[in-house]
Design a protein. Sequence first.
Length: 134
Amino acid sequence: MTFDRRILIADDDRDLRSGVVELLGGLCGLLGGQPCRFEIVQAEDGSAALTILRRAPFHLALLDMHMPGFTGLEILTALRLESLDVPCIVISGEASEGVRKLALHEGACAVLRKPLEPALLRAEVRRVLHLDAA
């Protein structure tokens, strides 16, 4: 099976990662009139996430702001400095205006607050991946 889009989910909370995988698994989209299939890769900390993002191209990364190894913000900075073009959505339980501004300044496409609102997460993923409504 081939996949049209590769998504990385980086969060130290296994239950959150599993929930996001489930939410995205049910996300329908069309790409050029054809159904779009996702390959979802998971990372349990920032170090693993950055290593994964450096090794292979991804269409989207969902990054927890606070996790061991590197924070979501540190990953955004590294991606920008290394000219790695990976659209990123930052997720945080502490999505204050200051955190949001920092993440957007470092290149995040969006900042979502935990607990994640399923409809908002799906809408942001659709927007970032340029998926047509099914």
